[in-house]
Design a protein around this ligand. Structure first.
Ligand code: UD1
Ligand code: CA
Length: 452
C-alpha cells in the first residue's frame, strides 16, 4: 500500500515572533521542516505535499523536491489539509499528515504508526504521546474503556482536561478518501475560531468509522516548536542525539554539552572532538583527527589524522595529516595538501597549498597556487587585489619565501626560488634564483656621536 504525505506549514508561527516562517528556523543546522520531510521519506513516503501560506515564497525557494499547495488564509489545520484536496483526487490508501514544526520525528516512529494503522481497519490513526509538560498541546480524551473519543485543544480545555498528560502529537494516518469526505464537515465553533483537523476524528466515528490512537514510546520525538524557548529545547535534544550516535559509531566527544554537530555531518572512527566545537553543514571528517578545542568547520572536507584547534574553516578541503591553528581562517575554495602545517594567525583564501608546505605564522595567502615543500616566512602576504581585480600568485615546489615578503600578483615564483626577507616581489622569479627586492642597507658611521 502506497504512502503519501501532507505536511502543514502555512501557519504564521505567531508565537515565534519572527520575520522568518517558523518552519524555516533551523534545528541541528537544518530547516525544521526538512527534518519532517526526511522522516516521512524514511518511513516510505513516496510523495510529499507541503501546505504553505505565511512566507510561502521563501519556503518554496528553500525546500527542494516536494510539491506545494497554497493555503491563502490560515483558518486552521483542518482548513490547511482541505487546501490540498485537489492534489489527492486520484489517491487511494493512506495519507500521513504531519506538522512542519515537529522536527524530532523519526522514520522509525512513523513507520510504526503506519504499520499499526494498516493492521487495524481504522479510517484514521492518531499518534499520541505522554508529555511531562503538556501545555500548548491538544489533549487526548478517551472513553472510560480507553478507546479514543476526541482531542481538546488547550484553549478549549476545562481545568480537568488540562491535567491530562496524553497529547495529540499532530501526526495522523488517514484513509485518504475518507479524510477528504469529512473535512468539509468540520466547523470553527471553538476558542480560536479555527477549523481544527483533530475534529475530523469524532466526525468519522459518528459516521461509523473506527479511529485508533497509537502512543509513541519516546515522547521527545513528537515535541512541537511554537516558541523560541521550545526551539532551543528541541535543538538541544537533537544535538545530544547526534552526539550519541557519533559516539556509538566510535567518535570521542570530550564534552557533549559544548559540541554542536549538524545533522548531516559525518565523522570517522577514533577522531576526538574537543570542547566548544561547531561542525556544520555538509562537513565530512576522516579518522584519527583531533578537532578542537574551539573549532568551527562549515561545509568542510577533512581527511585523516588532521589536528586543528581555535580556528574557523569553511567550504574548503583539508587533506590528511595537516596541523592547523591556533587562530587560522581557511576560506572558501581552498585546498590544504597533505601534511601541511598552518600555524598561528594565518588566513588562506581560494588557494591550493601543496603537500608538506609550511605557513607557520602571520600570513595572508589569497588566490595562490602553491607547490609542495614551500616554506613561507613570518609576516609574508600575497597582494592579490589591485582595488578592481583579483590576480593569482604562483609559487613553485620547494620555494623559500623570506619573512615579510609582499608577493604582488600576478606573479610567478618558480620552483626552488629563494626570496630575501623584506622583499616586495613584482616580477617573476626564475627557478632556483635568489630575489632581493628591498633597499640596500646603508650604515652611517659616527651618526650617533654627531647627534649628541
Ligand atoms: C496542533 C494541534 C494540537 C497538537 C499540536 C502538536 C490542531 C488544531 N492542534 O496544535 O492538537 O497537540 O499541533 O504539535 O491541529 N498550520 C497551517 N495552516 C493553518 C494553521 C496551522 O498550515 O491554518 C500548520 C502550522 O504551520 C504548523 C501546524 O499546522 O506547522 C500546526 O499548527 P500550530 O498552530 O502549531 O498548532 P498547535 O497549536 O501546535
Ligand atoms: Ca505546533
Amino acid at each position: 500500500m502506497s504512502l503519501e504525505t501532507i505536511i502543514l506549514a502555512a501557519g504564521k508561527g505567531t508565537r515565534m515572533r519572527s520575520k522568518l516562517p517558523k518552519v524555516l528556523h533551523k534545528v541541528g543546522g537544518k530547516f525544521m521542516i526538512q527534518h519532517v520531510i526526511d522522516a516521512a521519506r524514511n518511513a516510505g513516503s513516496e510523495r510529499e505535499v507541503v501546505v504553505i501560506g505565511s512566507g510561502a515564497e521563501l519556503v518554496r525557494e528553500l525546500i527542494p523536491n516536494v510539491e506545494f499547495v497554497l493555503q491563502e488564509e490560515q483558518l486552521g489545520t483542518g482548513h490547511a489539509v482541505l487546501s490540498a484536496k485537489k492534489s489527492f483526487e486520484q489517491s487511494k490508501g493512506t495519507v500521513l499528515i504531519l506538522c512542519g514544526d515537529t522536527p524530532l520525528l523519526t522514520g522509525t516512529l512513523l513507520e510504526k504508526l503506519f504499520a499499526a494503522h494498516k493492521d487495524s481497519n481504522c479510517a484514521a490513526t492518531i499518534l499520541t504521546a505522554e508529555m511531562p509538560n503538556a501545555t500548548g498541546y491538544g489533549r487526548v480524551i478517551r472513553e472510560t474503556d480507553g478507546t479514543f473519543r476526541k482531542i481538546v485543544e488547550e484553549k478549549d480545555a476545562t481545568e480537568l482536561e488540562k491535567k491530562i498528560r496524553e497529547v495529540n502529537a499532530g501526526v495522523y494516518c488517514f484513509d485518504v478518501q475518507k479524510l477528504f469526505g469529512v473535512l468539509e464537515k468540520i466547523n470553527n465553533d471553538n476558542a480560536q475560531g479555527e477549523y481544527y483537523l483533530p475534529d475530523a476524528l469524532p466526525i468519522l466515528m459518528a459516521e461509523g468509522e473506527k479511529v485508533g490512537a497509537f502512543s509513541a514510546e519516546y515522547a521527545d520525538e513528537t515535541l512541537g516548536i511554537n516558541s523560541r524557548i521550545q526551539l532551543a529545547a528541541v535543538d538541544r535534544i537533537f544535538r545530544m542525539k547526534k552526539n550519541r550516535s557519533l559516539m556509538n559509531a566510535g567518535v570521542t566527544i570530550v564534552d557533549p554539552n559544548t559540541t554542536f554537530i549538524d545533522s548531516e555531518v559525518q565523522i570517522g572512527q577514533d577522531t576526538v572532538i574537543h570542547p566548544n566545537t561547531y561542525i556544520e553543514g555538509n562537513t565530512i571528517i576522516g579518522e584519527d583527527c583531533k578537532i578542537g578545542p574551539n573549532i568551527r568547520f562549515t561545509d568542510m572536507k577533512v581527511g585523516n589524522k588532521v589536528t586543528a584547534q581555535f580556528s574557523y574553516c569553511h567550504e574548503a578541503e583539508i587533506c590528511d595529516g595537516v596541523t592547523l591553528g591556533p587562530y587560522v581562517h581557511i576560506r572558501p575554495g581552498t585546498t590544504i595538501g597533505a601534511n601541511v602545517k598552518i600555524g598561528n594567525f594565518v588566513e588562506v583564501k581560494n588557494s591550493d597549498i601543496g603537500e608538506g608546505s609550511k605557513l607557520p605564522h602571520l600570513q595572508y595567502i589569497g588566490d595562490t597556487d602553491m607547490g609542495s615543500g614551500v616554506n613561507v616566512g613570518c609576516g609574508s602576504v600575497t597582494c592579490n587585489y589591485d582595488g578592481k581585480q583579483k590576480f593569482r600568485t604562483k609559487i613553485g615546489d620547494n620555494a623559500f619565501i623570506g619573512c615579510n615578503t609582499n608577493l604582488v600578483a600576478p606573479v610567478n615564483v618558480e620552483e626552488g626560488a629563494y626570496i630575501a626577507a623584506g622583499s616586495t616581489i613584482t616580477k617573476d622569479v626564475p627557478k632556483n634564483n635568489l630575489a632581493v627586492a628591498r633597499a640596500r642597507q646603508t650604515n652611517i658611521e659616527v651618526w650617533n656621536d654627531k647627534r649628541k
